[in-house]
Design a protein around this ligand. Structure first.
Ligand SMILES: [Zn+2]
Length: 200
């Protein structure tokens, strides 16, 4: 938890970023609800970090789901300042955010209450997990939906490596009835059969 910096003795004024912290909303014309957050960053910079988190989630490099993605998935998503607040530390900022959270409960997509109790935290983890379990990503090579949180593992699976190889190097494979039957060079019985060109 960040602490308020001490004021230096020789009358330099220490700037505490929490003195100009922000409560903001993420909005899109495609969703009547919005997302509420708080930050000590300039809000456009905070928006960039939100978008990069969404992109990472979307391409499978980060599995952590955020309810902000309900807004960020729309191309016209934007950030809007709700209130600049003068607080001293992260705890106070989260409490301010919680006020907004409770006041706007019916109009926001947020699922995780700032300053959560243990019970609330458990609910949030369940929410995370249900998303992790359900969200899927389409694999172009296997022509099927794969669980998003499992995508990196999928890319290393024998089935995927095989399917990807078939697409990239069809000349290495021989097509037999019912599908591909393995690397040509490892199938003595198939070695002398003519290669069939494939379209996948
Ligand atoms: Zn695949």
């Amino acid at each position: 938890m960040p602490e308020t910096p001490e004021i230096p003795v020789n009358s330099f004024v220490a700037i505490n970023p929490y003195n100009t912290a922000k409560i903001y909303a993420l909005k899109s014309s495609h969703n009547p609800k919005y997302y509420i957050g708080s930050t000590t960053l300039p809000i456009q910079l905070r928006f960039k970090t939100h978008k990069s988190a969404y992109n990472k989630y979307n391409n499978g490099t980060c599995a952590l789901y955020s309810s902000a993605f309900e807004i960020l998935k729309h191309t016209d998503a934007y950030i809007e300042l709700i209130e600049e607040v003068n607080v001293v530390n992260n705890i106070e900022l989260r409490l301010k955010e919680k006020e907004h959270f409770l006041k706007n409960r019916d109009n926001i997509v947020n699922k995780n209450n700032p300053m959560q109790t243990k019970e609330e935290k458990k609910k949030q983890m369940d929410y995370h997990n249900s998303h992790r379990k359900n969200e899927k990503k389409f694999c172009e090579f296997c022509k099927k939906e794969v669980l998003k949180y499992n995508f990196k593992i999928h890319l290393k699976s024998a089935t995927h490596i095989f399917n990807e190889s078939v697409v990239i190097h069809p000349e290495l494979f021989i097509k037999v009835e019912g599908g591909f039957n393995g690397f040509r060079e490892f199938r003595d019985d198939l070695k002398n059969q003519p290669t069939i060109s494939v379209s996948v």
